[in-house]
Design a protein around this ligand. Structure first.
Ligand code: ATP
Ligand code: MG
Length: 392
C-alpha cells in the first residue's frame, strides 16, 4: 500500500489543441512548487499523482499544491491492489482503516456516510453501484455509521483504475482553480509595500499571467527595510506566481525634481506618470506585454478616473487593474488568505507618501499636467532611473 496525493486539474482549459501546452506548464509549476521535497510524480488517466514523499512533509506539500493555479482539487489516498478475485481484499483493508479513523475522530452521534465507486477497470463484471454496496458493508461492520446517500457526514471514495490498482480516500481538498501561470503572457507588476499590489499579483496569476515586479524606492527617504519588505511580499506571493523576479528603481532624483519644479497639486499625478514610463521601458526589456497595478476606483486621489487617464497616457502598454472594483475589505480579506496582509501592514514609508501635498488634485486636467511637466527633462530622468535599476 502506498500513500499518494491525487491532483485533479480543471477540465475547461484542457479542451482543444493547446492541451499539451497547458499540461506541460502545469506539471512544471507543480514540480517547481515542490522542489524542496523528495517525491515521485506520474500521470494516471487524466490526473497526476504525487507519491513516495516523506509523510512528515505531507501537510506542507498539500499547502504548496493548494497554491498552484490550474489545480482544481486534491485528495490524499491509499493506492492499493484492487484484488477483485479476492473479494477486493486490498481495497477493503484500506477502507476499514479509513472508516475506523473517521469513527474515532467523530463526535457526532449516529454519523452517516455514502460510498462512491468509480470503475474504470471494465474487466470487473460488477457495476459501480454493486461494488459500492459490497464495500459499504466493511464500513457498516467496523463502525456505527449508517448509510445515507443524500445527507452524509462522510463520503468514502474508491477509484478502481484499469491497471489493477485502486485509490481509496475520503477527503477532497479544493485547490486554487484558475489557469496555469505562464499560459497568459507576461505582465509587469508595479509592486509597492502596500496591501493592494500583492493581491493584484495573485489575481493576475490566477488567470495564468506570469509576472515580473518593479518597485520604486526613494532612498534615503525610504529605508532599506522598506525595500526588504517588498522582497518579502514577493517571496510570499511567489507560491502563487511561480516566481516573480523583482527590480528596484531608484526614484529619489525624479521625486526631488518634481517637488522642486512642478505645482504641488500635481506631484502625485506626475510621479505616477514617471512610474508608468519607467515600467514600460523595463517591461519591454523583460518581454512583458502589459502592466499590472493594485489600483481601485476612488480609493485615493490618485485613483479617480481622471487621475488614471492621466497616468495611463504615459504607459506604452495596456494596464490591468484587477482590483478596480474591489472594496478595501475584499482586498484585505484576500491579502489575509494569501498571507501577505501581516507583512503589508508593517509601517514602512513608501515613495508615494513622501513629499505628499496637502491638497492633491483629485481630477487633474491632462493639459495642465503636461504643461507642468515641461519643466522636467523627462527622457533623461527616465534613462537614468532605468540605468540605476537593480534586481533583488
Ligand atoms: P498598494 O496597497 O498596492 O500600495 P495603494 O492603495 O496604497 O496600493 P497607491 O499608493 O496609490 O495605492 O498605489 C497604487 C498602485 O500603484 C499600487 O497598487 C501599485 O501597483 C503602484 N505603486 C504605488 N507605489 C509604488 C511603488 N513604490 N513601487 C511600485 N509600484 C507602486
Ligand atoms: Mg501604496
Amino acid at each position: 500500500m502506498d500513500r499518494v496525493i491525487i491532483i485533479r486539474y480543471g477540465e475547461i482549459f484542457l479542451k482543444g489543441k493547446n492541451k499539451s501546452y497547458f499540461e506541460s506548464l502545469l506539471i512544471n509549476n507543480i514540480k517547481n512548487s515542490l522542489k524542496r521535497y523528495k517525491f515521485e510524480f506520474f500521470r494516471s488517466q487524466g490526473r497526476y499523482i504525487v507519491g513516495n514523499y516523506d509523510i512528515n512533509c505531507e501537510y506542507e506539500i498539500i499547502d504548496s499544491l493548494k497554491k498552484v493555479f490550474g489545480i482544481y482539487s486534491l485528495s490524499v489516498a491509499d493506492r492499493v491492489e484492487t484484488e477483485y478475485e479476492n473479494g477486493f481484499a486490498g481495497v477493503n483493508e484500506s477502507l476499514k482503516r479509513l472508516a475506523m479513523d473517521a469513527a474515532s475522530d467523530c463526535l457526532k452521534p449516529k454519523p452517516t456516510f455514502r460510498m462512491t465507486v468509480k470503475r474504470a477497470d471494465k474487466r470487473i463484471p460488477m457495476r459501480s453501484c454493486e461494488i459500492a454496496a459490497f464495500l459499504a458493508d466493511t464500513v457498516l461492520k467496523n463502525t456505527d455509521f449508517t448509510v445515507n446517500l443524500t445527507y452524509y457526514d462522510y463520503e468514502f471514495f474508491v477509484d478502481i483504475r484499469e491497471n489493477g490498482y485502486s485509490y481509496v480516500y475520503s477527503d477532497v481538498i479544493y485547490g486554487s482553480g484558475g489557469l496555469p501561470v505562464g499560459c497568459s503572457s507576461k505582465g509587469m507588476l508595479l509592486l509597492s509595500g502596500g496591501i493592494d499590489s500583492p493581491v493584484a499579483a495573485y489575481m493576475m496569476a490566477k488567470r495564468g499571467m506570469k509576472q515580473v515586479a518593479v518597485h520604486f524606492a526613494s532612498p534615503p527617504y525610504t529605508s532599506e527595510r522598506a525595500t526588504a519588505k517588498v522582497a518579502e511580499l514577493r517571496d510570499i506571493v511567489d507560491a502563487y506566481t511561480a516566481h516573480m523576479p523583482l527590480y528596484v528603481v531608484p526614484f529619489t532624483e525624479i521625486q526631488l525634481e518634481i517637488h522642486e519644479k512642478c505645482p504641488a497639486e500635481f506631484m502625485i499625478t506626475i510621479m505616477r506618470r514617471f512610474m508608468m514610463r519607467i515600467a514600460t521601458v523595463l517591461a519591454k526589456r523583460e518581454g512583458c506585454t502589459a502592466l499590472v497595478t493594485g489600483e481601485s476606483l476612488g480609493q485615493v486621489a490618485s485613483q479617480t478616473v481622471e487621475s488614471m487617464t492621466s497616468t495611463e497616457s504615459c504607459a506604452g502598454l495596456p494596464i490591468f487593474r484587477p482590483l478596480i472594483a474591489f472594496d478595501k475589505e475584499e482586498t484585505m480579506a484576500l491579502a489575509q488568505k494569501i498571507g501577505t496582509y501581516e507583512t503589508s501592514i508593517q509601517p514602512f514609508e513608501d515613495c508615494c507618501t513622501i513629499f505628499l501635498p496637502k491638497n492633491p488634485s483629485i481630477h487633474p486636467n491632462l493639459k495642465k499636467v503636461e504643461e507642468a511637466e515641461r519643466k522636467l527633462e523627462i527622457d533623461e530622468l527616465v534613462k537614468r532611473a532605468v540605468e540605476g535599476t537593480y534586481k533583488v
